[in-house]
Design a protein around this ligand. Structure first.
Ligand SMILES: Nc1ncnc2c1ncn2[C@@H]1O[C@H](COP(=O)(O)OP(=O)(O)OP(=O)(O)O)[C@@H](O)[C@H]1O
Length: 360
């Protein structure tokens, strides 16, 4: 009876990476109770599991919370390769095709015509803002030459591998993988199309995302291989185009939207970034001109979803690895991004389907 109670308590201990109860993951072996002294065999998924200390502490606390348990001894071991393989197969088996057309996860690819318009900064902050609003959020940094998401979010970890599954590190409630996590140091990535395609595919199928409400993909700027691969892998992804207010930038942004449309993806709207900066005297400095976002949106026949102003805080917080929506939520750029998150999550689902959130 009491060992059942201990197992019941252990069912409330969740593996922080896989986000499932450890009992469901077969991480709990023998449990005994003799004269108030409990013994629990714990099997971690891998040697050197980064969450080991936390899981062990949670197991201790859960066991000691059971009436009649005065002391607990936790024997920490590691799964055998075949146990681990069985677990990986079970986890994979829980999914239908990852992010296939039947998936309830909404996929938003954030794209831009050219580099440096702030697409990665916006994507990272938007992901955090969506997580802050209670959604389960994943983020793929597919910006192969300009991977910067881990830096902006302050993620130093690399994915843990359980068998051939990768467990994405998480920060500010966002689960994230980046091409930058697969290369050593700050090395440049000089991969050709097929390698990029395989990596993107791996990010979608070999990463344990769990149940996500939304998956954001930070695309490389332009209309290259990754954009085409994404169109093939996720034709039902929706695309958000980022541009500056500059007319020339808006022209280029339209081209990346056209590629998305050619691969069957739907463009849901335009976000203008680096819009006018309100100066201390109240005047507005339009460093990159004005009107580019509205113009691109009109020409693409979609909504201008947000206009995010130039912001010192946004830039500095990105450099420091602490997103502005967390560090300076009152900053005008942070507020514009939070409003964008709300706008993206409001409204109805796709025809007849109850999605967690949908287009405005
Ligand atoms: N609204 C803003 N105000 C001030 N600085 C910004 C703003 N948005 C982005 N930046 C800064 O502009 C620079 C470029 O941003 P970011 O790297 O996000 O661009 P990107 O479009 O993703 O570029 P690439 O695709 O080439 O990596 C960064 O230093 C970032 O901090």
């Amino acid at each position: 009876m009491s060992t059942d109670a201990i197992r019941g308590a252990l069912a409330r201990v969740v593996d922080p990476e896989i986000r499932r109860p450890i009992t469901e993951l077969d991480m709990v072996g023998d449990v005994t109770l003799v004269d108030g002294a409990a013994h629990v065999d714990l099997r971690l998924t891998i040697v050197g599991c980064p969450a080991a200390d936390r899981i062990e502490a949670d197991v201790r606390a859960a066991t000691l919370s059971v009436a009649g348990v005065d002391a607990v001894d936790v024997a920490v071991g590691v799964m055998t390769p075949s146990e681990r393989q069985a677990l990986v197969e079970r986890l994979r088996g829980k999914r239908t095709m990852a992010f296939g057309p039947d998936s309830l996860t909404r996929i938003l690819a954030i794209t831009s015509g050219k580099g440096g318009v702030g697409k990665s900064t916006l994507t990272a902050n938007l992901a955090v803002a969506l997580a802050q609003s209670g959604l389960r959020v994943g983020l793929v940094d597919a910006d192969v030459h300009g991977y910067s998401i881990p830096g902006i979010l302050g993620v130093d970890d690399v994915p843990t591998r359980v068998g051939d599954l990768m467990m994405p590190p998480s920060k500010h409630g966002v689960h994230v993988v980046s091409i930058g996590m697969l290369v050593e140091g700050n090395r440049a990535v000089s991969w050709r199309g097929p390698m990029l395609h395989r990596t993107l595919q791996q990010f979608l199928t070999d990463v344990w995302w769990g149940d996500l409400d939304v998956l954001l993909i930070d695309m490389p700027p332009g209309t290259g291989d990754v954009a085409i691969s994404l169109g093939q892998l996720l034709p039902h992804a929706e695309v958000v185009v980022v541009t500056t207010p500059q007319r020339a930038a808006a022209d280029v942004a339209e081209r990346s939207a056209e590629v998305a449309r050619q691969t069957g993806q739907r463009v849901v709207g335009v976000v203008e970034n680096m819009a006018g900066l309100v100066q201390p005297d109240g005047s507005v400095l339009e460093l990159f001109g004005s009107g580019g976002g509205a113009e691109a949106a009109a020409r693409l026949d979609v909504d201008l979803l947000a206009s995010v102003p130039l912001s010192m805080a946004l830039r500095e917080d990105g450099d420091a690895g602490s997103p502005v929506v967390v560090t300076h939520p009152d900053d005008p750029a942070a507020q514009a991004i939070a409003a964008l998150a709300q706008r993206l999550r409001g409204g109805r689902g796709l025809a007849g389907r109850a999605l967690p959130f949908s287009t405005p």
